[in-house]
Design a protein around this ligand. Structure first.
Ligand code: SAM
Length: 346
């Protein structure tokens, strides 16, 4: 008995580390692969969910595996999707995961990425349930371009959602914008102005080959450098004096001291795989060790097989050792994953 307890303690006390020595600290959990938007760079035709409902993880299963992940050193959990707020009673899972913030070791950060549609009515409820931070996707500040890019005419509602999130104190608020050449690159400096006016952290994201239509083309990628140059023409930037660590974005403040912040996420032209600390859990319980993985690992099947906690931990560790050294977007033989961002969990 003592020997068994010791094994378990050792097994749980060491941080998850991949075969390249990278510590794994961030977990993105997709709550659903359904989405009420039809962003052309993600899920333009609204493909039906690939898995039937019974294959989706229940909230109890998500809570159970997240508790194990946190015991293994995961510090940040980001809930995503699909549109995570389409999952009924998302506040319930937030309440369950919030309890992990007082565990030992503890979860440090519980965040949510959403398209903002449901926030006007529900931002306060998310805060009350224990959510720390929120990221809201807004690809254009112009009604017609927003509609063209997302397939829905709801810019006003999303802007009201940002205001509601601020009001509820879900700060710091991050705004994600995927910049695609020929669509919204002319708005890059306007987004920076938005960050200054509303004191939010803008995150500009390069277009990645993760669209369900497989229509991604390198020439449509508006690069991180182009984004930086566009902003600097209007608002000179100063690189933030913070260690980037495993962060996805390179971060800047405004040289004139205005509020707000700019971050540029450039996985295509400035890859940051060497410091990657992320893994993903899909809504149907598959671990993905890279956004661009072509293989998945069914944690759901292991959990549902009646495996012990110890066996689940062994399985997770063995999967982490298979984490890819880097993405291969820029290699001639690159093959895009068959699942789009909405099914993977962005
Ligand atoms: N529905 C939520 C939302 O809209 O934020 C969460 C899921 S969404 C898949 C997460 C993020 O992935 C969004 O900011 C979205 O813009 C981004 N995304 C989706 N497809 C992408 C692509 N092909 N390239 C770059 N970013 C993408």
């Amino acid at each position: 008995m003592i020997a068994r307890m010791q094994v378990r303690t050792i097994s749980e006390s060491s941080v998850l580390r991949d075969s390249y020595g990278r510590p794994i600290r961030d977990l993105r959990v997709s709550l659903t692969d359904r989405c009420n938007f039809r962003c052309f760079y993600c899920l333009p035709h609204g493909e039906p969910p690939i898995a039937p409902k019974e294959q989706m993880l229940s909230y109890e299963e998500i809570e159970y595996v997240c508790q194990i992940f946190v015991a293994l050193g995961i510090e940040k959990i980001r809930l995503t999707g699909g549109e995570p707020m389409m999952r009924r009673d998302i506040e319930t899972i937030i309440r369950k995961l919030t309890k992990l913030k007082t565990a030992e070791p503890a979860l440090h950060d519980l965040a949510l990425t959403t398209n903002g549609y449901f926030l006007p009515e529900r931002a306060q409820g998310l805060k009350d349930a224990g959510l720390d931070r929120i990221t809201i996707s807004v690809d254009s500040l112009k009604r017609d371009v927003f509609k063209r890019m997302t397939g829905v005419d709801v810019l006003d509602k999303v802007l009201a959602g940002i205001a509601a999130a601020k009001e509820a104190g879900l700060e710091p608020i991050k705004i994600n914008a995927v910049i695609v050449r020929g669509h919204n690159e002319d708005e890059v400096a306007d987004f920076a102005a938005f960050a200054r006016d509303y004191d939010v952290k803008m995150r500009f994201i390069e277009f990645m080959p993760l669209d369900s239509g497989h229509e991604w083309d390198r020439k449509d990628v508006f690069s991180g450098k182009e984004i930086r140059d566009r902003i600097s023409e209007r608002f000179p930037l100063v690189a933030l004096d913070v260690a980037r660590g495993s962060e996805t974005s390179s971060r800047y403040r405004f040289a004139d001291g205005a509020p707000g912040e700019v971050g540029i996420i450039a996985p295509v032209t400035e890859p940051f795989c060497g410091a990657c600390s992320r893994i993903r859990l899909t809504a149907d319980g598959q671990i993905r060790t890279c956004l661009f993985s072509t293989v998945e690992h069914s944690l759901r099947d292991v959990v549902r097989s009646g495996a012990s906690r110890h066996e689940i931990i062994d399985y997770i560790r063995s999967v982490i050792l298979k984490k890819e050294p880097r993405h291969f977007i820029n290699d001639p033989e690159f093959v895009a994953p068959s699942r789009s961002m909405s099914f993977i969990g962005g």
